[in-house]
Design a protein around this ligand. Structure first.
Ligand code: NAI
Length: 355
């Protein structure tokens, strides 16, 4: 099947298939849209069942980055890359120089960064092979971990959603069902605990869950019972696609607000949440703290001093979406998509008039 026939192809600007046999590299870079600026989006390493599955993933993810970067107010377009294979099975000493050379050939049209399957050491190795890597501090040679900023933005997003739906200005006593205690989830748990929230936690890693019980006084919930718990907030911070017809039917929280990417299994799930009266904080809006912190590397003369303020601003961005969605009778996910697309379209029209 050709790229153009793939159901997830959405008028992408460029799709580059990268192959270096000697390095064992098989990768795809997709640039979805460059209207707002150079495309930025992480590199994911995954043991895809087929090349078609990898293509679909990179097309979908790169399009999502156009929305995410636009909504975060970044002068960046949307792109993403995927490397096909398992991290442990690939020769990383050969892999990163080879992949870096492909990123270099795009001459700054695409900036890569850390995503699922990569560790900070990988991004540092990639940074030695190409200039176009976000998340590497060139002066100290260290990698930035975006997770603390993602967690901070998500925390502010939960505050906004609780304020809007429950009319409560603090999180004191608010029960949060936190799914996933990894990089983002643990840091979020620290914020929530400090703010007085009551934590229910779930992780397939039993040790992490028990640590959260000990540190935060959290209640441990078995992974398959997450959707049956009575709480005020469900905060997905593990895998994507947890919100489908069945789980939404089971959900007993008035708010869904968490950091996981691609939470809606299908786009209609946003409408199902709205119909059930559940306030959904669109994933790419609430979890933009990391891209705000790291994406700035791709922006010339960017003001780093305002990063934290901009991450905190996710609170107000979400309030604006909640109000607009209600006023227009839309699902919050639909409303966010429309705002992001309108920003790209306004810039496109401005550029074409200026040309
Ligand atoms: P991570 O890999 O550090 O943590 C994921 C955690 O979820 C692990 O503790 C894992 O054991 C747990 N988990 C996996 N399946 C589970 C299940 N079925 N039930 C309960 N727990 C389960 O990942 P990280 O970096 O914390 O990211 C979490 C989510 O946030 C992901 O969806 C990621 O795409 C998204 N995200 C992360 C950003 C970042 O800055 N790290 C930025 C934006 C989004």
């Amino acid at each position: 099947m050709s790229v153009f026939e793939n159901a997830s192809f959405a008028e992408h600007d460029c799709v580059l298939h990268c192959r270096d046999r000697r390095a064992g590299l098989k990768a795809i870079i997709a640039i979805h849209d460059q209207t707002l600026g150079p495309a930025l989006g992480g590199c994911r390493m995954w043991d895809y069942a087929s090349d078609d599955e990898a293509l679909t993933d990179v097309l979908r993810l790169s399009r999502g980055m156009t929305y995410k970067n636009a909504m975060a107010g970044l002068p960046l377009g949307g792109g993403k890359s995927v490397i096909i294979g398992r991290r442990t099975a690939l020769d990383r000493r050969a892999l990163w120089p080879a992949f870096g050379r492909f990123v270099e050939t795009l001459a700054g049209r695409y900036w890569t960064a850390q995503d699922v399957g990569l560790e900070v050491e990988d991004i540092l190795a990639l940074g030695a092979a190409t200039r176009f890597v976000a998340g590497v501090d060139r002066t100290t040679g260290r990698g930035h971990d975006p997770s603390p900023m993602t967690a901070l933005g998500t925390f502010r997003g939960i505050q906004a959603a609780v304020h809007y739906r429950l009319g409560q200005d603090d999180l004191n006593g608010v029960r949060v069902m936190l799914q996933g205690l990894g990089h983002v989830g643990w840091s979020l748990a620290e914020h929530l605990h400090r703010a007085g929230a009551s934590l229910l936690v779930s992780d397939i890693d039993e040790t992490r869950m028990q640590r959260a019980v000990a540190v935060f006084g959290a209640s441990a919930i078995a992974p398959d019972l997450v959707f049956d718990v009575e709480a005020e907030v469900y905060a997905p911070c593990a895998l994507g696609a947890t919100l489908n017809e069945q789980t939404i039917e089971r959900l007993r929280t008035p708010v869904v607000a968490g950091a996981a990417n691609n939470q809606l299994a299908v786009s209609e799930a946003g409408v199902w949440l709205q119909q059930k009266g559940i306030l959904y904080a669109p994933d790419y809006v609430i979890n933009a703290g990391g891209v705000i912190a790291v994406g700035i590397d791709a922006v010339p003369n960017a003001d780093r001093a305002t990063i934290r303020q901009r991450v905190l601003g996710i609170h107000d961005t979400l309030l604006e979406i909640f109000r607009k969605a209600d006023a227009e009778g839309l699902a919050t996910s639909t409303c966010a998509d429309r705002i992001a697309l309108a920003r790209v379209e306004a810039r496109r029209q401005h550029d074409s008039q200026a040309a």
